[in-house]
Design a protein around this ligand. Structure first.
Ligand SMILES: O=P(O)(O)OC[C@H]1O[C@H](OP(=O)(O)OP(=O)(O)O)[C@H](O)[C@@H]1O
Ligand SMILES: O=c1cc[nH]c(=O)[nH]1
Ligand SMILES: [Mg+2]
Length: 207
């Protein structure tokens, strides 16, 4: 998303001296801006509205309502900003962690509706690095019947974005909204310049 407000907030997030409370606040603000873009294609229906003056045609979310899925831990920092904008959305949870040695993805929690047939799903995760986490999460959602998946991320590496395209290239109903597409991954698969470990910066050291 090319917008000076987004660029400014991401720059402060990147700064290693930005403390957790400010980091959380900026993450929240950024999600609201990104969600505005990400929900551009949200399904709607026409409804009749009676104003004090006349009857007119308005817009409401179509059913089933959008599903928001934050990927724990770091994605949790994006949930409130998203639900503030789409308060009627349902929320499901995926807990996934990247093994920092092998880069394998461990799914340690799942609380989602059993049937996602026809659902529009918004996945929240601040970092798209190798893409391993999102590839797994998206596969999970499409396997359950999701119709359309939009990932909202703060920062991505080109390598991860390419892997995502290769893995799900045949699926037309997949969208990614980003605050920044960074330069590359380093030898430990961290995004450069990135912002470090988003989960740790939001919530403190995990280990
Ligand atoms: O694209 P990938 O290479 O899969 O890396 C990205 C993942 O890494 C981070 O989570 P992490 O595994 O550190 O868990 P956390 O949120 O608990 O810190 C981040 O929030 C993504 O989920
Ligand atoms: O740079 C990175 C890569 C993966 N996960 C993060 O939180 N940051
Ligand atoms: Mg982490």
């Amino acid at each position: 998303m090319d917008h000076p407000l987004v660029a400014h907030k991401v720059s402060v997030l990147r700064d290693k001296t930005t403390p957790s409370p400010v980091f959380r606040q900026l993450t929240d603000e950024l999600v609201t801006l990104l969600a505005y873009e990400a929900t551009r294609e949200v399904r709607t229906v026409e409804v009749e509205v009676e104003t004090p003056v006349a009857t007119t045609t308005g817009t409401a979310f179509a059913k089933p309502t959008p599903l928001v899925v934050p990927i724990l831990r770091a994605g949790l920092g994006m949930l409130e900003g998203m639900t503030r904008l789409v308060p009627t959305a349902e929320v499901g949870f995926l807990g996934m962690a990247r093994d920092e040695e092998t880069l394998n993805i461990v799914t340690y929690a799942e609380r989602l509706p059993a049937d996602l047939t026809g659902r529009q799903v918004f996945v929240l995760d601040p970092m798209l690095a190798t893409g391993g986490t999102l590839i797994e999460a998206i596969k999970f959602l499409f396997d359950r019947g999701a119709d359309e998946v939009t990932c909202i991320c703060l920062i991505a590496a080109p390598e991860g974005l390419q892997r995502l395209k290769d893995a799900h290239g045949g699926v037309e109903r997949l969208h990614v909204v980003l605050a920044s597409l960074d330069e590359r991954l380093d030898e430990k698969a961290y995004i450069v310049p990135g912002l470090g470990d988003a989960g740790d910066r939001l919530y403190g050291l995990a280990h």
